[in-house]
Write a protein that binds this ligand. Structure first.
Ligand code: TXA
Ligand code: MG
Length: 342
């Protein structure tokens, strides 16, 4: 299959690209498109055959459910039921935007492979103008995970999607680099109290301001049945191992020397304050006081490592304040929780 990349300018909407995307989706094909978080790989959420193509293209495990994207709030009435008040408040406050709500799923509405057999479904209305325009023209819910090969960092550029999925999908709508750079916050409204299953750009503090106390799911250990099934898989991982390390220039310098003594190449992914360390490759996460920049740059940096001959990747830990919690959540997965020990 030939993969076409179609550049869509946010302002002067490219009619032909949208028509092509709508036609492909309507005919049961998959299409990659930008959202304000990361690029998604979409299919019509009511077609089991179309949704199966997402799993196939990504190599995604079948028991990991997909997020359903809608162009308007009223669309969710068709496939959810008993929406709690607090969930309504969240939708009114944060949609369109990077917040996914887990809600009770109406039986026999969406394709079964969307929710991996769960009685619940994750929904969000994205804010990106290209995603919104596509959904509004289509007028149907779209199931879409991140448009990366399963296990790799989510794509923040059309080129990342092309790198991972070329030859496997027919069309990528290229809307430039995504804004936030990390996937949406996932919040569960089915349990006793609203609980964050995956931290993201909408933080716990922002949620609590509008709905009061919010719980946080523990990072899933493998014994426990995972609440966000995706959390149990290795994720966001470059080819070479990632190690977390204390955010001290001296500690990082010592670690690099030790790795060099073993004749290995080492990369650092860190804020600019670490660029004085003598290292083989340095990938910047920007100014250490700008966590938004780090969120924006992280997946590109993890992908950049795969373009080098690096053997070990060190990441000094970042603050867990605000979006820092989401950044560290992804880094804990990329590193499999491994710390570098001198
Ligand atoms: O920002 C985003 O959310 C992006 C863009 C494309 O919208 N999408 C995304 O999808 O990150 P994905 O498939 O990579 O991550 C979806 C996460 C997974 O951890 C999955 O297990 C969880 O949401 N999830 C989906 N449906 C769920 C459900 N019914 N119950 C619990 N977790 C669910
Ligand atoms: Mg993903």
């Amino acid at each position: 299959m030939k993969t076409i990349i179609s550049i869509v300018d946010n302002l002067s909407a490219d009619k032909l690209s949208y028509t092509q995307a709508v036609d492909l989706l309507t005919n049961g094909e998959v299409v990659a498109f930008p959202t304000e978080t990361v690029y998604g790989l979409g299919a019509i959420a009511t077609s089991e055959a179309a949704v199966a193509k997402i799993f196939e293209a990504k190599g995604r495990p079948q028991d990991n459910p997909l997020i359903v994207h809608v162009g308007s709030k009223k669309e969710i009435k068709a496939f959810t039921h008993d929406i709690p008040n607090l969930a309504e408040v969240c939708m009114n406050t944060f949609w369109p935007g990077p917040l996914t709500l887990i809600l009770p799923l109406k039986t026999d509405t969406l394709a079964k492979n969307v929710s991996a057999g769960l009685p619940t479904v994750g929904v969000r209305m994205p804010e990106h103008p290209v995603a919104l325009e596509l959904l509004k023209q289509l007028k149907q819910p779209v199931a879409a995970p991140s448009a990366n090969k399963s296990g790799k960092p989510s794509p923040t550029k059309a080129a990342h999607v092309y790198h991972d999925l070329k030859g496997k999908i027919p069309l990528i709508l290229d809307g430039g680099t995504t804004g936030i750079g990390l996937e949406s916050t996932v919040i569960d409204f089915v349990g006793e109290i609203p609980t964050i299953l995956r931290p993201g750009g909408i933080t716990k503090e922002m949620l609590e301001k509008v709905i009061g106390p919010v719980g946080e799911a523990k990072p899933t250990d493998h014994e426990e049945a995972p609440r966000a099934p995706g959390m149990k898989y290795a994720h966001y991982a470059p080819d070479s191992p990632v190690f977390l390390i204390e955010a001290s220039i001296q500690k990082v310098q010592e670690a690099v020397e030790k790795i060099h003594n073993e004749q290995k190449k080492v990369a650092i992914i860190a804020s600019d304050s670490f660029n004085q360390v003598q290292v083989d490759y340095f990938f910047s996460l920007g100014d250490e006081n700008q966590l938004d920049d780090a969120a924006h740059l992280l997946y590109q940096a993890l992908r950049d490592c795969d373009e080098t001959d690096v053997e070990i990747i060190l990441v000094p830990v970042l603050s867990k304040k605000g979006v820092g919690k989401a950044i560290m959540n992804r880094l804990e997965k990329a590193s499999n929780g491994n710390w570098f020990h001198n």
